[in-house]
Design a protein around this ligand. Structure first.
Ligand SMILES: C[S@@+](CC[C@H](N)C(=O)[O-])C[C@H]1O[C@@H](n2cnc3c(N)ncnc32)[C@H](O)[C@@H]1O
Length: 259
C-alpha cells in the first residue's frame, strides 16, 4: 500500500494548499457516492426547488457541488477556506454558479439569509475543536433563511473495524476521543491510498451542538446498501461487493432546519 499524506493545519485544516486540493481531487470516493452524496441530494430535493440557492459549505474541488447543481437544478454556490480548492473547482465544476472564499470564519460576499439550503459534506472532520464546529454552524445558520434546511454528511469515527471499499477510518479497531486526531485513508483513482489527518467527532454529539447553534428538528440517518440500490448510480452499485458497507454502514446524514 502506498500511503501519501496530505494537508496541514491552518484555517482550512486538512486538504489545505494546492497539494491538498490536488490530493482530494484524486480520490475515488466510491463509498461516498454509494452511501453519502445521493442521500444528501435526496434530503435536499424534498426541501428546495429548481433555481433556489444551495450553498455547498466546504465544497473542495467542486465535484459534489457540480453534481448537485445538475441533479437538483439548484443555483449552487461553492464556499471554502482554501483558495486553491476554489481555483480547482472553478476550472472543473462548470455547473456551479459562484464561488466564495471563507475568511476568518465568514463567507465573503454572501449576505445573511441568502441561502434556501446548505449542504456540508466531510468538512467537520477537518475542525480541531468544538468551538470551531460551533463557528461553522453559526456561519451556516447566518447564511440560511429561517426555516431553511441544513444537511451534513459525516464519516462515523467509530467505524474503525472494517475495510470499506474506498476508505479506512482510523487505525484498525482503535477508538478515539471527541476531537482527537485520527488518520483517514482514502482510495485514489489510481489504486493507491491517500492518508489525511482528521478529527474524530462522534456523530451523536452533532445534534446537541446544532441545537445550541439555533437549529431545530434535527434528525440523523445512516444510509444502507439496500437503500442505495434505488438511489445510487447503477454502474457504481454493480462495481463492488460492498461487503463492509453492508455489515456496518460508515456514513451518517444529519439534517436540521434553521430556527
Ligand atoms: C474533505 S474536503 C470535502 C470537499 C467536498 N465537500 C466533498 O465532499 O467532496 C473538506 C473541505 O472543507 C474545507 N474546509 C475545511 N474547513 C473549513 C471551514 N472552516 N469552512 C469552510 N470550508 C472548510 C477544506 O478546504 C476542504 O476543501
Amino acid at each position: 500500500m502506498n500511503n501519501g499524506s496530505a494537508g496541514h493545519e491552518e484555517e482550512g485544516g486538512a486538504w489545505s494548499g494546492s497539494a491538498g486540493a490536488e490530493a482530494f481531487a484524486a480520490v475515488e470516493a466510491a463509498t461516498d457516492w454509494l452511501l453519502g452524496y445521493p442521500f444528501v441530494f435526496e434530503a435536499l430535493s424534498r426541501r428546495i426547488g429548481a433555481d433556489e440557492v444551495l450553498v455547498d459549505y466546504g465544497c473542495g474541488p467542486g465535484a459534489v457541488a457540480d453534481r448537485a447543481a445538475r441533479v437538483l437544478g439548484a443555483r449552487v454556490l461553492g464556499v471554502d477556506t482554501s483558495a486553491e480548492m476554489l481555483a480547482l473547482a472553478r476550472s472543473t465544476a462548470p455547473s456551479v454558479a459562484e464561488f466564495h472564499l471563507v475568511r476568518d470564519g465568514r463567507v465573503t460576499g454572501l449576505p445573511d439569509g441568502c441561502a434556501d439550503a446548505v449542504m456540508c459534506n466531510h468538512v467537520l472532520a477537518s475542525l480541531p475543536t468544538e468551538e470551531a464546529l460551533l463557528g461553522v454552524f453559526a456561519e451556516m445558520r447566518r447564511l440560511l433563511r429561517p426555516g431553511a434546511p441544513l444537511v451534513l454528511l459525516s464519516t462515523d469515527p467509530a467505524c474503525t473495524d472494517l475495510a470499506y471499499t474506498s476508505l479506512r477510518v482510523g487505525a484498525e479497531g482503535a477508538s478515539y476521543r471527541p476531537g482527537e486526531e485520527m488518520p483517514l485513508r482514502l482510495l485514489r483513482r489510481d489504486g493507491t491510498w491517500q492518508e489525511v489527518r482528521n478529527h474524530a467527532w462522534p456523530v451523536d454529539r452533532l445534534p446537541l451542538l446544532l441545537g445550541s447553534a439555533r437549529f431545530r428538528e434535527i434528525t440523523q440517518r445512516r444510509p444502507t446498501v439496500d437503500e442505495a440500490l434505488a438511489l445510487a448510480d447503477p454502474g457504481l452499485v454493480d462495481r463492488y461487493p460492498w461487503t463492509a458497507e453492508r455489515a456496518e454502514p460508515p456514513l451518517v446524514i444529519t439534517s436540521a432546519l434553521a430556527a
